[in-house]
Design a protein around this ligand. Structure first.
Ligand code: PEP
Length: 244
């Protein structure tokens, strides 16, 4: 269960969140919990998570080690904060900041080389779904951003299916729609990396997951977890999602 805080909260607010959140998930060992705050809060989040089983992740990662890349944050910088994960290819990065399947692949490879766990996002836009192109879009994103990884690299990634029309809109994909998309992605994994990899890979669903819809989504065997935006900002709400 991963929380994407997007561009919300200061370091002080991050610490306050963890003070409330930690006791609520202390016994929640049925799943891995990851919180992905903005870069400026990673160190505060890691300090606040120390001694718990909550992991901390970045929301992006540079593909280069260092250099003239104004505004980028490298794997070593992320690791130095104590973070262990990185969201890559979130639809907001694709939509507003020119992220492409090619850069998703490069960032994913950089995260893997640094020993960080990439949470690689894929998902179709509304017009793509309405035009009947959902499957083609997912296959294109998989082929461009994920398929070139080696089998060994692939074994370390987490995939998040996030239909763009469901992110921050209050429109959740029905559990059946989400499961269908997960099946498309898993079939791609099977074709490229084999059955064992397809059975083992964790595919999260993201898009307006809330305490009141998480249970029906998670009831789908295809859905292995959730990537939660808005509802992860409140400790009580995210804890009730984790403890669904
Ligand atoms: C997200 O930011 O990845 C997301 C799924 O957002 P929300 O839960 O707010 O739709």
């Amino acid at each position: 269960m991963a929380g994407n805080w997007k561009m919300y909260k200061t370091p002080a607010e991050t610490t306050q969140f963890f003070e409330k959140f930690r006791p609520l998930v202390e016994k929640s060992e049925h799943c891995e919990i990851v919180i992905c705050p903005p870069f400026t809060n990673l160190a505060a989040a890691s300090a606040a998570a120390q001694g718990s089983h909550i992991h901390v992740g970045a929301q992006n990662i540079a593909w280069a080690k260092e250099g003239a890349f104004t505004g980028e944050i490298s794997d070593a910088m992320i690791r130095a904060t104590g973070a262990t994960h990185a969201i890559i290819g979130h639809s907001e990065r694709r939509q507003y900041f020119g992220e492409t399947d090619e850069t998703v692949l490069k960032r994913t490879q950089a995260a893997l080389e640094a020993g960080l766990t990439p949470i690689v996002c894929v998902g179709e836009r509304l017009e793509e779904r309405e035009a009947g192109n959902t499957e083609a879009v997912l296959i294109r994103q998989f082929q461009g951003g994920i398929a070139p990884l080696t089998g060994q690299q692939f074994a370390k990634i987490v995939i998040a299916y996030e239909p763009v029309w469901a992110i921050g809109t209050g429109k959740t994909a029905t559990p059946e729609i989400a499961a269908d998309a997960h099946r498309v992605i898993r079939a791609q994994v099977r074709e490229k990396f084999g059955k064992e990899a397809a059975d083992a890979v964790r595919i999260l669903y993201g898009g307006s997951v809330k305490p009141d819809n998480v249970k029906t989504l998670m009831a789908q065997p295809e859905i292995d977890g959730s990537l939660v935006g808005g509802a992860s900002l409140d400790p009580v709400s995210f804890a009730s999602i984790v403890n669904f």
